[in-house]
Design a protein around this ligand. Sequence first.
Ligand code: SF4
Length: 315
Amino acid sequence: MDDQLIAVRDPNGVRPLILGELHGAKIVTSETCALDIIGATFIRDLDHGEMIIINQNGMISSRPFKPAPSKFCIFEYVYFARPDSILETKPVYSARKAIGRELAKEAPVEADLVCPVPDSGVPAAMGYAEAAGLPFELGIIRNHYVGRTFIQPTDNIRHLGVKLKHNANRAMIEGKRVVLVDDSIVRGTTSRKIVDMVRAAGAAEVHMRISSPPTAHSCYYGIDTPEQKELLAHTHNLDEMKEFIGVDSLAYVSLDGLYRALGEAKRNNEQSQYCDACFSGDYAIELTDQNPMPKSTSRSKILRSRENNKLAEQR
Ligand code: SF4
């Protein structure tokens, strides 16, 4: 029927699904920030396994699936969600700062300043700087003017393309020992280019700190990650990754540290409310065939495009 909206959240609640309202009309979205943008009101998260049907008679809710353990994607807090969203009652921005603080406790380093890899590394870098007692500085500037429709670049400039999007802030980092904070390393190519850029701008030392554990496994639960053989953390140990990226030191937050930042004493695989399979390899939801995920949901496409943009920006 084309006069009703049906929304279903997966039984384990891996992906977020939010219900909102605007002028009496119900709205379903993946993140609360989408409600803010259109001036809608947040009502609630859909329950895991809940199905709602909205039509002109109102809304009915049902639970057509067998109850299943909660396995909310922990990577949403690290990277996927926007920082101005609230997921499962937790503000993403605060979660990212807390992860940064844990990272500083676990992997301190003598340095002069802390710089985020913009934009997704910003809240974690703020948390790291706060806990480490180091200045937080924008050592890499993202050019938000490139690509605006009222600026029509010539073909030559377009050819330079994405390199214009990020630039090292030489005045801030020249001669300094820099802690670079990013949310994750996937293939490592982006990180290597960023490090090259920071070194070329005269940084005395570059220490990379990552606000997630090593991404060593692919996701089969709705995120279009590369195959496992393409993941740097699958094919390299920590020392090899450090060499590949070209940093003076490299450290990731631990799985327990990530859980602590989200308010749990430590990771408890049996009882954890989160999926962390891309870090731990523990696929709590059974994979029923070799290629279980159609890699074409709109959310995966958006996330893939965000990741591609991130990669492209450094090319
Ligand atoms: S495998 Fe990773 S990205 Fe996929 S749902 Fe689990 S935590 Fe999230």
